[in-house]
Design a protein around this ligand. Structure first.
Ligand SMILES: Cc1cc2nc3c(=O)[nH]c(=O)nc-3n(C[C@H](O)[C@H](O)[C@H](O)COP(=O)(O)OP(=O)(O)OC[C@H]3O[C@@H](n4cnc5c(N)ncnc54)[C@H](O)[C@@H]3O)c2cc1C
Length: 394
């Protein structure tokens, strides 16, 4: 390291986690966020046991645990006949197996926990309204440019600038993200608005042909998170557009009325067209590294994008400490440790979208038959590669 701080472009979950991880190793950073304020959208997020390991490593374990809702199970339901397919218990056996719980949390709460910890650190400077547009580097440092600000020099630049990362474009140049053709609608409602019969303490997934619905409680059970997704082959990327309930209803005519009815309970629906990218091998250019969605954007079907961003932050801070004084070697090590695991989540997320979330006919029947016969231990064994991870080298 050359005495300069690390520059982090992007103050989302990944960028803040990276700043915190580096601070724990005594490394100063400046987080540059494009938006006028630091925050997250009003929706829920699922957090696997691997994310709880990250919270502890980043020094915010207690604060994150206090915000979470501890659900009893992950439930997979058939949206066509309305019956159960599979249940994965998240009880003490699960916790013992993975050393941590599985939970759900409001995004703003999760982001807030990281933000509070960043604000409390003398080693982290947070700057908003700062749009990073490109970088340049010489052998000793890297310079981050923006159109209306003085350039900033750092010992390294971490590009945590999300799905549409401009820094990735400079480094990798692989164009726009892949539009999946899957449209997701989100709504967060007061718990009283959720039908009593569906107020389950579970992350519930109703899987139907080319569509699915997810719901779970949030904020100490005051709210319910609804996520409704339709594989309608749209070709244009959209993020956070308000839409009418009528629009959300389209594409769900073929599922059981009791399941379709869930849409009626939502308000203020917003639309996202889901995008991802193919995995790549190189996310590092000298003193510049991609992190989180900038590096490995994925469909949300494993509910792991933010978890992977936090694992990246853990790994990054670990290798920076290991290779103190040699940032380029540290960043190279970081991508070598992270790339296969994150690529697997990217690719498997697509697969489970096709074969578990959205199949019809024979494929749906195969899914139901195989998944309904698995017991808890078999589920845990199948998920061990994912939930047993920590971000650190095995
Ligand atoms: C419908 C849906 C459900 C999901 N559910 C889950 C889930 O249950 N569990 C889970 O783990 N993950 C989930 N994810 C994925 C998760 O939301 C993302 O993977 C995660 O938020 C990525 O964090 P990030 O910090 O890498 O990027 P982002 O959250 O996109 O943050 C990037 C930040 O960089 C800023 N920025 C952008 N460009 C610049 C620039 N040029 N200069 C400065 N700042 C810039 C942005 O304003 C933003 O603040 C879901 C995603 C979707 C779409």
């Amino acid at each position: 390291m050359n005495g300069l701080p690390v520059i982090i472009a992007g103050g989302g979950i990944g960028g803040l986690a990276a700043a915190l991880g580096l601070a724990r190793k005594g490394v100063a950073s400046i987080v540059l966020e494009r938006a006028n304020e630091l925050g997250e959208i009003g929706a829920g997020i699922q957090i696997g046991p691997n994310a709880f390991h990250c919270f502890d490593y980043l020094g915010v374990g207690d604060e994150a645990r206090a915000k979470a809702v501890y659900i009893d199970s992950l439930r997979l339901m058939d949206a066509v006949d309305g019956g159960p397919i599979a249940t994965i218990p998240l009880d003490d056996h699960f916790r013992r197996r993975f050393g941590n719980p599985y939970a759900v949390v409001h995004r703003a709460d999760l982001h807030g926990v990281l933000l509070d910890a960043c604000r409390a650190s003398d080693l982290i400077e947070l700057r908003v309204s700062h749009d990073v547009t490109r970088y340049a580097q010489n052998g000793d440092s890297v310079r981050a440019f923006s159109d209306d600000r003085d350039p900033i020099d750092g010992s390294a630049l971490i590009a945590a600038d999300g799905l549409r990362s401009v820094l990735r474009q400079q480094m990798v140049g692989d164009g726009e993200p892949r539009v999946s053709g899957h449209t997701t609608y989100r709504s967060v409602i007061p718990t009283e608005q959720m039908p009593e019969a569906l107020r389950w303490n579970a992350a519930t997934l109703w899987a139907g042909p080319k569509c699915h619905i997810v719901h779970y409680p949030l904020k100490g059970w005051k709210l319910f998170n609804l996520v409704v997704t339709c594989h309608n082959d749209v070709t244009e990327a959209v993020a956070g557009k308000p839409v009418s309930k009528d629009e959300v209803r389209q594409g769900f005519e073929h599922i059981a009325p009791r399941v379709r009815q869930i849409i009626e309970h939502g308000d203020d629906w917003k639309l996202w067209v889901l995008c991802d990218r193919d995995p790549i091998l190189d996310w590092v250019d000298g003193r510049v590294a991609l992190l989180g969605d900038a590096a490995h954007p994925m469909l949300q079907y494993f509910a792991q994008g933010a978890c992977m961003a936090m694992e990246d932050a853990v790994c990054l801070s670990h290798v920076v400490e290991q290779h103190r004084g040699d940032i380029e070697t540290a960043l190279d090590r970081y991508q070598r440790v992270r790339r296969v695991r994150t690529a697997r989540v990217q690719l498997d997320s697509r697969l489970i979208g096709d074969y578990i979330y959205h199949p019809a006919g024979a494929i749906a029947e195969v899914r139901n038959q195989i998944m309904s016969t698995l017991g808890p231990q078999e589920w845990y064994d199948r998920l061990a590669w994912l939930y047993g991870g920590t971000g650190l080298e095995a």
